[in-house]
Design a protein around this ligand. Structure first.
Ligand code: FEO
Ligand code: CA
Ligand code: CA
Ligand code: CA
Length: 651
């Protein structure tokens, strides 16, 4: 099935994607769409039309067993699940995979990608030097591995019986297949290739030791039998999207962590924790990791889930570095956080909680960013204030601080201290009056206009009558994109301001849909602004190219009859929010992590869970992309897309 952010995800797409071809030719301008006011620009500043930024030949909506790119482009396979990181390792043979092998091989279900350039004259551990590099031909690919699917990884399972009853050996492999990979890559005359045996190559998994830092570190709710200090934890899980800092660290999110834990929360004595565990989908019939590794059984370690659901920061340039969980960013189902850095100002980071009716967040560091002073900069994300977004009528908005003792965040509402506010962040944000959103995914700032864009993937749980100005559609099946405009002019906006303006940037869905509640709205609704294949649904990840174009990756288009993929569009000018279709996944796959090299000539994408479909298993998969080899299952894979004539991707 599609739309799988984690094994316990609710709000799933229909079991059988509709295969009909939905699209009729776009005719005259479509009618206005419920609640949407689509404005001509982020700031209403006059901009020239950007009609020729995106010169590629659009690809059609399809649904088949291949990936698709525009004519004149190529896609190099860089890494697939099971590929080795070491120089002399054997080729991947799935039947021989054990935990030790998996711990030195590329993990499962690749998601977020950061490309971190390498300075050829600097060594491992010299992140200060590497972080200044704009090398676009050699760097570190830093890739999240969101979750495992035993029925597609191992012989002998169906999707149903792999949820409970996975063997100890297989769980041990799964725990090494989750997390994150660092792999050095280089652009050669024949395309992008991994540098096997590079000293930077590294796996981070569920057994990697990490520190817990920030205001909640050491709190009694983070203490366990294994770690009475509440400051050290093994591993990370549910690693969805993330971000990068200018001092050369990578941020990785912990999203669907609840699915890793088993046990009935009602059997946990502490009422606060029972409610907390219910809220993150922890249940008796979740996967059976707790039988193998007791800390994943909440009746044994009721506080272990409190040590997950955070943002993690680590230094990819130092293979010995210890990742750290940043409690100041709050605990929820983190899609990711992305950073805005301006010299002499606080670091501002934006993120979303990917669950129905959850919130958009902003972190503002206490200290200021000082370029080049990285010993100082490396402390910036450990101290600051977390805010939740309130999107009001008429395009006004407020950031609400989540601080113990302020407003309702007091003992009367069960908060003991700031650790409680951060651990139970959702409850704090709701009490403060944050706006419940339609599943916030990536929230990222476009350097070209200094505005911030919120991907809202969908929310079928929003009932009629529960609409709000920023989430205008009941039973929102197609998702939408909002634009946050901080005060100030482009390039000098104040992201630390507690007020902002916002616009609806686009509404996903078919612009010709008969039901106005499901009708997409793009750009300025001019005929010809959007082609038959330019519309999409379910925005998830986003990237911006060097020209300021937005590249949206989707998760859920198969329920509209075509593959998930990438759509590119201008954010300003006449063609603002008028998407063009650039990439399509093989059936069952979702595209994640779009990431450009600094020169814009390579676009890395992660195809997650190819062939994830009803009754598709390791033994009898829907297809075997990308190898199409009868001895190999379908494999999650990172591709590097290049223009054949070595130009800027998309131009
Ligand atoms: Fe893991 Fe929110 O997608
Ligand atoms: Ca997925
Ligand atoms: Ca997703
Ligand atoms: Ca995602």
């Amino acid at each position: 099935m599609t739309d799988t952010k984690h094994p316990a995800a609710e709000d799933q797409a229909p079991a059988s994607p509709q295969r009909r071809t939905l699209f009729k030719a776009i005719g005259a301008a479509t009618a206005a769409t419920a609640g949407a006011t689509l404005l001509p620009g982020c700031s209403a500043e006059k901009k020239p039309a950007e009609s020729d930024n995106l010169g590629f030949a659009e690809i059609p909506h399809r649904l088949d067993f291949n990936h698709h790119i525009p004519e004149g482009y190529s896609a190099d396979r860089v890494m697939s699940w099971g590929d080795p990181l070491d120089a002399f390792a054997d080729k991947f043979v799935p039947e021989k995979l054990d935990a030790s092998e998996q711990s030195r091989r590329f993990g499962y279900n690749n998601d977020f990608i950061a490309f971190m350039p390498l300075d050829p004259d600097a060594a491992p551990g010299e992140g200060d030097r590497h972080s200044l590099s704009r090398n676009s031909e050699r760097g570190l690919l830093c890739v999240n591995h969101e979750y495992t699917q035993p029925h597609l990884m191992f012989s002998g399972y169906t999707e149903d019986n792999s949820i409970r009853g996975t063997s100890d050996d297989h769980i041990a492999v799964e725990q090494q297949a989750c997390g994150h990979t660092v792999v050095e890559v280089e652009k050669t005359t024949t395309g992008w290739q991994p540098v096997l045996g590079s000293p930077y190559n590294r796996r981070i998994s569920l057994t990697t030791a990490m520190d817990i830092v920030g205001a909640a570190a050491g709190d009694k709710r983070l203490q366990t039998n294994e770690d009475p200090s509440g400051t050290r934890v093994f591993g990370t899980v549910g690693n969805c999207a993330g971000g990068k800092t200018p001092w050369g660290t990578v941020l990785i999110a912990e999203e669907g962590f609840g699915g890793a834990f088993q046990g009935d929360p009602d059997n946990v004595a502490d009422e606060v924790e029972a409610r907390n565990h219910h809220a993150f989908g922890i249940a008796e019939d979740n996967r059976n990791w707790g039988d193998y590794d007791r800390r994943f059984d909440i009746t044994v370690e009721p506080n272990e889930p409190n040590r997950f659901g955070w943002m993690v920061e680590y230094d990819p340039y130092d293979p010995e570095s210890t990742p750290r969980k940043l409690t100041g960013f709050g605990r929820f189902e983190h899609e990711g956080f992305t950073v805005v850095s301006k010299p002499g100002e606080p670091i501002v980071a934006y993120g979303g909680d990917d669950e129905a009716h959850q919130f958009v967040y902003r972190f503002v560091s206490r200290g200021i960013y000082r370029p080049g002073e990285n010993a100082h900069n490396r402390t910036l994300l450990t101290e600051g204030t977390l805010y939740a977004g309130q999107f009001n009528e008429h395009g006004s908005g407020t950031w609400l601080p989540l601080l113990f003792g302020q407003g309702p965040l007091t003992g009367e509402n069960g908060f003991r201290n700031q650790a409680d506010v951060l651990i139970d962040c959702r409850r704090a944000a709701r009490l403060m009056g944050a706006t419940p959103m339609d599943r916030p995914e990536d929230v990222e700032t476009n350097p070209a206009n200094d505005c911030t864009y919120v991907m809202l993937t969908k929310n079928r749980k929003r009932l009629a009558g529960e609409e709000n100005p920023a989430n205008p559609r009941a039973r929102n099946t197609a998702g939408h994109v909002l634009e946050i405009v901080p005060p100030g002019r482009s390039g000098n906006r104040n992201h630390a301001s507690n007020t902002f303006r916002w616009n609806t940037f686009l509404l996903g869905g078919n612009p010709n849909a008969e039901d106005p509640a499901e009708r997409g709205a793009y750009g300025q609704q001019q005929p010809g602004n959007i082609s038959a294949h330019g519309w999409f649904a379910n925005p998830d990840n986003v990237a911006f190219d060097g020209l300021g174009n937005m590249w949206v990756a989707t998760d859920g288009c198969e329920s509209f009859g075509f593959h998930d993929g990438l759509w590119a569009m201008a954010t300003e000018g006449e063609l603002r929010a008028a998407p063009k279709h650039f990439f399509g996944c093989p059936e069952g796959g979702e595209i994640c992590g779009p990431e450009f090299t600094p020169d814009g000539k390579t676009l890395f994408v992660a195809v997650q869970h190819p062939a994830d479909a009803d009754d598709s298993t390791f033994d009898n998969p829907l297809h075997r992309w990308p190898d199409n080899d009868p001895t190999l299952p379908p494999r999650p894979t990172v591709l590097a897309i290049r223009k054949d004539e070595d130009g800027i991707v998309g131009s």
